[in-house]
Structure formats: structure tokens, C-alpha cells
Design a protein around this ligand. Structure first.
Ligand code: HEC
Ligand code: HEC
Ligand code: HEC
Ligand code: HEC
Ligand code: HEC
Ligand code: HEC
Ligand code: HEC
Length: 407
């Protein structure tokens, strides 16, 4: 009798197992990165405050689907035209079938491509379109400061083309994930072949925190446990490893890559993915203010003589852009306000003025040599400005600031 019972139980167990197993096997993992990843929406179930503020950050908008709400340039008549030359123009068109950039040569349609993906949403936006399994950049971008449609960075003035391929390297810094076409051998000369369905938009939670499915499952099954399991705590990492997390995307793109950074997790050493930029780290003059925040900060006395890291000043879960008083408070956490003589200038200047301008004098916004609108002359006020992270004394900048207040 007993024997029979066990047999029935085993049989039912086996049936149940195979049903569950087959279901699991036939259904794709919830996240294109595989079973170890949960996706940001899963994190939002327990970390809803963080998730809701994160939706307003630059990391979230790093890649988003193109819609009338995510494209900030105008589709209104007369504002939706970019003239390359008297005979060549691009019109941004809103049709029932979607949003398009259409190239008119001597008044005739020469090429028309859909806005599929928006890349960026702070200083500017570039747009990508799918052609089969390949990704290309559209010729016209939107520049926020100018509030205008202008030629995309990297384009030659006067030439209109739709074939600037977007490589996985762009996506390594601007998205959660994208995979190559399975079995496809990537050729250096041709556009990369992507698996379209694998794209994870945004620099998402798991780009900074590493795979979190096991953490999410554990905390779901153990709601009484209030401490975190199976997720790396930033505070447990030494400073060099914490900097490496941001350095995946904020330490430039000049040194040779050893392997794609999509697999990078907090705790990993970035030098195993990308050779460090030693020569440039010493010579800050050669570092562009855009994208090299790690090396620039590392060269500052503030960094050398303290334990600061990026999170000392930035809470990456929130949009703190242009919140100058917030950032100044960070300076004053270390440079005591009580001692106004931290700047000798404080004797001659209104203390209130000094206090509200640390950033302008010591982390000035300087023109980027990398993100440039090809139609804007370098050195003009239309340059795209980025705050340098080499915190220092800039006599030229101080003169400018003083000239401005003495006006
Ligand atoms: C079922 C609930 C739940 C889900 C889902 C969840 N977490 Fe957590 N998480 C927690 C709890 C509980 C803690 C511990 C308390 C705290 O720090 O908020 C925690 C802590 C953390 C910490 C801090 C770890 C530390 O020790 O400093 C990080 C980072 C984190 N979670 C990231 C994530 C990410 C990324 C996801 C999505 C992949 C996620 N969590 C999904 C419940 C959850
Ligand atoms: C996977 C790549 C990636 C990682 C990792 C990353 N960032 Fe970023 N970060 C970006 C990109 C791309 C942008 C610009 C996005 C845009 O404007 O669309 C950006 C923008 C920013 C900005 C500007 C925000 C604004 O509102 O203008 C700050 C500050 C920043 N990152 C800090 C950090 C810090 C601190 C870390 C580490 C904890 C970090 N980032 C990790 C890719 C990354
Ligand atoms: C090594 C990482 C990295 C790579 C590779 C990279 N970017 Fe970026 N990109 C960034 C970071 C970081 C920012 C913004 C922060 C800053 O200004 O330093 C940014 C800013 C931008 C912006 C302006 C976004 C905004 O909101 O202002 C655009 C557009 C852009 N990148 C396009 C591209 C394209 C196209 C490629 C590939 C040809 C590319 N990037 C490759 C890291 C990268
Ligand atoms: C650009 C990188 C980046 C992204 C994207 C990011 N985080 Fe974080 N997160 C950090 C860093 C850095 C810390 C540690 C902050 C510190 O040391 O003060 C942190 C801390 C945390 C903590 C523990 C401390 C706290 O603030 O409660 C949780 C929980 C967390 N993150 C969840 C998330 C979730 C959920 C998402 C996505 C919605 C997310 N993070 C997206 C970089 C990031
Ligand atoms: C975590 C603490 C900390 C924070 C935050 C901090 N600093 Fe510093 N800073 C220091 C230390 C330590 C030194 C070195 C002092 C010395 O050498 O006597 C320093 C040096 C400086 C110097 C002198 C640089 C030089 O080359 O001579 C300036 C200017 C400065 N800080 C400005 C700022 C500004 C502006 C901010 C805010 C954006 C800031 N600091 C944030 C700790 C900090
Ligand atoms: C001492 C404070 C401080 C530290 C530390 C710091 N930042 Fe910043 N960061 C700032 C300030 C101030 C701005 C200008 C913000 C604004 O006005 O919106 C800024 C802006 C940025 C921007 C946007 C670029 C721009 O000017 O538009 C990026 C990207 C960035 N920081 C990344 C980083 C990274 C990565 C680290 C660590 C290597 C880091 N920051 C460390 C103070 C700091
Ligand atoms: C008008 C430009 C200007 C403003 C605004 C300004 N500084 Fe300075 N700062 C200077 C100059 C110039 C020096 C070098 C000469 C001196 O010490 O006065 C300096 C020096 C410093 C030093 C190094 C002092 C030393 O003894 O080596 C620190 C730290 C500093 N400033 C922090 C700050 C902080 C924090 C703020 C905002 C509360 C600020 N500064 C606002 C121009 C400025």
C-alpha cells in the first residue's frame, strides 16, 4: 500500500515537474540578459521611491523609444526643417504611421527614415533607426541649448547621409544591453548585426547594481528579512571599485577595450575590461571635459586628500541637474563655511556671492571637444559646455566671473 502511495506521489510530482519545467523551458527569460536579471520594473515593486525619481534622470533617458513626448525638437510647420544647402533639406514629419526624417533633394523625396530610438535628452538628442538588424544614426539631432534641429555630431557639413552605423560600443554606455545576432560573425568594416529583441533601454538599475533576480526572488520569498541578500552593497567596496562602476561609462573612450562592459558588475575591476588611460590621467589638458569625469576628479586635490567618490556629490537616483545650492552644500561639507577665508577672495567679495558660486569658479563649464554641433563654430557661445571635474583654481575663469559681477 505504502509503496503504491509513494509511486502515485512520485508520478504526480514527475508530471508537475515536467509541466513546470516545460513551461519554464518554452518561455523566454523575463529579461533579455538572462535569468540572473530581473529588469527595473521588478525592482520598482520594493524600491518604488527610487524607481519613481530615477525615471527623471539622465540615465533613464540615455535610451528611450522615440515618441512625440520623448523627442524635444519641434514638428510644427516651419520649425521642422533643417537646410543643409539651398537644394538639400531634411523635414521632421509626423505621419499616421510614425515620426520620420525625410530628405528632400531639389524638392523630391530622396530618403525617409523613422525615428525609432532617442539617445540622450539633456544637452542634446540624437536619433537612431533600425534597418533590418542594423542601427543607424539619423542626420539631424536636437540641441537643447539652441532649441534647434542641427546636423548630428560626426557628420560632414553639406553632406546628407543616413548610413552612420551605431556600434555596440555606443550602446555599452547608453543602454542596459544589446546582443549581436546569434551566430553572426561581426565584421569590422560593416554595420553590426543586432538581435533587435535583446535591447534593454536606459542605463538601468542592474547596469550599476549588477544582476538582481536572485536578490528580488529572495526578498520576495522572505518578506520579514529587512536586510539585503544577493546584491552588492556599495559601502562594502573600496573606493577604487566604486569609481570603477561609474568609470564603465565616465572614464572616456580612448583606451583599448578588452571585452564588452555589459557583463561588468560592482566589485569587478574595470582594468579587466578596458585598459586604463595612464598617460592621459596625468595630463589633464588632454582629457575632454565630456566623459572623463573619473580621471579629472582623480587629479583634483579634493579627491587626493579626502575619501570622496562620485556618490559624495551625486545621488544617481535623482535628477539634481542645475541644483547649484545642493552642490555647494557638498563643497561646504568639507570646506567649512564658518571659515570664510577658505577663499582669500572672501575678504573682498560679498560672502553671499562667493557662497553661491563655488562651481562657476572651481568647476567651470568648459566647451567639449567631443560633443560638438558641426554647424556651430568652436569657441562661440553656442559650444556645448560640460563642467570639468578637475576641481582647481582657474585664474581665467575667476576673471570672467569677477568681470561679470563688476559690470
Ligand atoms: C521583494 C522586494 C525587493 C525587490 C523586488 C528588490 N529589492 Fe532590493 N532590497 C530589498 C530589501 C528588503 C532591501 C534591504 C533594505 C533596504 O536597503 O532597502 C534591499 C536592498 C537593496 C540594495 C541595497 C544593498 C545594500 O546592502 O546596500 C540594493 C542596491 C538593491 N536592493 C537593489 C535592488 C535591485 C537592483 C532590484 C531589482 C533587480 C531590487 N533591489 C529588487 C527588497 C527588494
Ligand atoms: C552604463 C553607463 C553608465 C554608468 C555605469 C554610469 N553612467 Fe552616468 N551617464 C551615462 C550616460 C550615457 C549619461 C548621459 C545620458 C544622457 O544625457 O542621455 C550619464 C549622465 C550622468 C550624469 C549627468 C546627469 C544630468 O542630469 O545631466 C551624472 C551626474 C552621472 N551620469 C553620474 C554617474 C555616476 C555617479 C555613476 C556611478 C555611480 C554613473 N553615472 C554611472 C552613462 C553611465
Ligand atoms: C565610454 C562611454 C561612451 C561611449 C562609448 C559613447 N558615449 Fe555618448 N555619452 C557618454 C556620457 C557619459 C555622456 C554624458 C555625460 C557627459 O557629458 O560627460 C554622453 C553624451 C552623449 C550625448 C548627449 C546626450 C545628452 O543628453 O546631452 C549623445 C547624443 C551621445 N553621447 C551619443 C553617443 C553616440 C552616438 C555614441 C557612439 C558613436 C556614443 N555616444 C558613445 C558616454 C559614452
Ligand atoms: C548610475 C548608477 C545607478 C543606477 C542607474 C541605479 N543606482 Fe542604485 N545606487 C547607486 C549607487 C552608487 C548607490 C550607493 C549610494 C551611496 O553610496 O550613497 C546606490 C544605492 C542603492 C540602494 C541602497 C541605498 C539607498 O539609496 O536606498 C538601493 C536600494 C538602490 N540603489 C536601488 C536602485 C534601483 C531600484 C535602481 C533602478 C530604479 C537603481 N538603484 C539605479 C547607483 C545606481
Ligand atoms: C570630501 C571632502 C571635500 C569635498 C566634498 C570638496 N572638497 Fe575641495 N578639497 C578637499 C581637500 C581635503 C582639499 C585639499 C586641501 C589641502 O590640500 O589643504 C581640497 C582642495 C580644494 C581646492 C584647492 C585646489 C587646488 O588645486 O589648490 C579647491 C579650489 C576646492 N577644494 C574646491 C572645492 C569645491 C568648489 C567643492 C564643491 C564642488 C569641493 N572642493 C568639495 C576636500 C573636499
Ligand atoms: C565635489 C562634488 C562632485 C563630485 C565628487 C563629482 N561631481 Fe559630477 N558634478 C558636480 C557638479 C557641481 C556638476 C554640475 C551639475 C549641474 O550644475 O547640474 C557635476 C556634473 C556632472 C555630470 C554632468 C556633466 C555636465 O556638466 O553637464 C556628470 C556626467 C558627472 N558630474 C559625473 C560625475 C562622476 C562620474 C563622478 C565621479 C568620478 C562625479 N561626477 C563626481 C560635482 C561633483
Ligand atoms: C569668484 C571666484 C571664486 C568663488 C565664487 C569661489 N572661489 Fe574659492 N578660490 C578662488 C580663488 C581665485 C582662489 C585662490 C586664491 C585664494 O585663495 O583666494 C580660491 C581658493 C579656494 C580654495 C583653496 C584655498 C587654499 O587655501 O588653498 C578652496 C578650498 C576654495 N577656494 C573653495 C571654494 C568654495 C567651497 C567656494 C564656494 C563656497 C568658493 N571657493 C568660491 C575663487 C573663487
Amino acid at each position: 500500500m505504502r509503496y503504491k502511495k509513494i509511486n502515485i506521489v512520485t508520478a504526480i510530482g514527475a508530471i508537475m515537474f515536467s509541466v513546470v519545467y516545460l513551461q519554464c523551458k518554452s518561455s523566454k527569460p523575463a529579461d533579455p540578459r538572462g535569468d540572473l536579471y530581473a529588469g527595473a520594473v521588478a525592482c520598482s515593486k520594493c524600491h518604488s521611491n527610487i524607481y519613481n525619481t530615477y525615471l527623471h534622470t539622465a540615465h533613464y533617458v540615455a535610451t528611450v523609444a522615440a515618441t512625440v513626448n520623448t523627442i524635444h525638437g519641434s514638428f510644427a510647420k516651419n520649425f521642422n526643417v533643417f537646410n543643409f544647402s539651398p537644394s538639400q533639406k531634411i523635414i521632421m514629419e509626423k505621419r499616421d504611421s510614425g515620426l520620420f526624417q525625410t530628405y528632400y533633394l531639389n524638392g523630391k523625396v530622396a530618403e525617409s527614415r523613422r525615428f525609432d530610438i532617442v539617445l540622450g535628452g539633456v544637452k542634446g538628442e540624437s536619433y537612431l533607426y533600425w534597418k533590418g538588424n542594423e542601427l543607424y544614426q539619423l542626420p539631424v539631432s536636437y540641441y537643447a541649448k539652441q532649441n534647434q534641429w542641427l546636423m548630428s555630431p560626426g557628420y560632414m557639413p553639406g553632406q546628407v547621409y543616413f548610413n552612420r552605423p551605431i556600434a555596440s560600443r555606443c550602446m555599452e554606455c547608453h543602454s542596459g544591453y544589446i546582443a549581436g545576432q546569434p551566430g553572426e560573425v561581426q565584421r569590422l568594416t560593416a554595420a553590426e548585426q543586432f538581435d533587435k529583441s535583446s535591447l534593454v533601454m536606459s542605463v538601468d538599475c542592474e547596469r550599476c547594481h549588477g544582476p538582481g533576480a536572485q536578490h528580488a526572488a529572495f526578498q520576495t520569498n522572505n518578506p520579514r528579512v529587512k536586510t539585503a541578500k544577493f546584491i552588492t552593497s556599495f559601502s562594502s567596496l573600496p573606493r577604487a571599485r566604486r569609481l570603477d562602476v561609474c568609470g564603465v561609462c565616465h572614464s572616456g573612450n580612448k583606451s583599448p577595450m578588452l571585452k564588452p562592459t555589459f557583463g561588468f558588475k560592482p566589485g569587478d575591476t574595470l582594468a579587466n575590461f578596458k585598459l586604463p588611460d595612464f598617460a592621459r590621467a596625468i595630463d589633464t589638458g588632454h582629457l575632454d571635459v565630456h566623459g572623463n569625469q573619473v580621471q579629472l576628479l582623480q587629479s583634483s586635490k579634493c579627491f587626493i586628500n579626502s575619501k570622496m567618490d562620485c556618490a559624495t556629490c551625486h545621488n544617481t537616483h535623482q535628477n539634481q541637474r542645475d541644483n547649484t545650492s545642493f552642490y555647494i552644500q557638498k563643497c561646504l561639507d568639507c570646506h567649512s563655511a564658518a571659515n570664510h577665508n577658505f577663499c582669500k577672495m572672501a575678504n573682498t567679495l560679498n560672502a553671499q556671492f562667493i557662497k553661491s558660486n563655488c562651481i562657476q569658479c572651481h568647476m567651470p563649464a568648459l566647451p567639449s571637444g567631443v560633443i560638438i554641433a558641426p554647424t556651430i563654430a568652436k569657441g562661440t557661445s553656442a559650444d556645448i559646455l560640460v563642467h570639468t571635474h578637475h576641481i582647481a583654481i582657474y585664474p581665467q575663469q575667476v576673471k570672467k566671473v569677477l568681470a561679470f559681477i563688476n559690470k
